[in-house]
Write a protein that binds this ligand. Structure first.
Ligand code: 5GP
Ligand code: MG
Ligand code: MG
Length: 177
């Protein structure tokens, strides 16, 4: 698996330290509230596990399945909610976690939907945000790292379902694609 990696963009210890900072910011912004965390599967799985364990407070975790990439390297442009039921967020303080903000279509669709469902507040945290123009008018409230506009894997992010378990964020060699 590691042989397929071209470049390590963000090393494990760098992610670790950055998550401490993000967690402190989130703690400050949700004083005394029970946060309803909503994790976008599967990409945000690793980020969510590491970030929520840094939040020393009462919170609840729900996961939702959305798809826009279907395993490849290009977004399809439409966002599909794959669950029968969305988490109950009426009146709640919601924190949405996603792996990466690219075109913004996913995060925008999810935030809009949760607001429609009656969430009192919806904030968003992403591990990564590509430094580019978005197709949807959205930015995340908390960003781990801004990166260039290239396809990355690791720390939850996949290529055709693989590489999610790499402990760092990196790029793939052309011959692995
Ligand atoms: P957006 O809707 O912002 O274009 O894309 C959001 C989703 O596309 C992310 O949650 C992620 O699953 C996927 N995605 C976007 N960029 C990348 C990338 O560089 N690598 C991987 N593995 N997935 C990406
Ligand atoms: Mg995703
Ligand atoms: Mg994917």
């Amino acid at each position: 698996m590691e042989d397929d990696v071209e470049r390590v963009l963000i090393a494990e210890d760098v992610i670790d330290k950055r998550l401490d900072v993000l967690a402190r910011h989130i703690e400050k912004d949700f004083p005394g509230e029970v946060i309803q965390v909503v994790v976008l599967l599967k990409g945000a799985l690793v980020f969510a596990a590491d970030l929520t364990r840094r939040l020393p407070r009462m919170l609840e975790i729900e996961c939702i399945n959305v798809a826009s990439y279907h395993g490849g390297m290009e977004t399809t442009g439409t966002v599909n909610f794959l669950d029968h039921k969305l988490p109950e967020v009426k009146g709640r303080q919601v924190l949405v976690l996603d792996d990466i903000l690219d075109t913004g279509l996913t995060l925008k669709a999810v935030v809009d939907r949760l607001k429609e469902e009656g969430a009192a507040q919806v904030k968003t945290a992403v591990l990564l945000a590509k430094d580019k123009e978005r197709n949807a008018d959205v930015e995340a409230d908390y960003v781990g790292f801004f990166i260039g506009d290239e396809f990355v894997i690791g720390y939850g992010l996949d290529y055709q379902g693989r590489y999610r378990n790499l402990p760092y964020v990196g790029t793939l060699k052309p011959e692995a694609v």
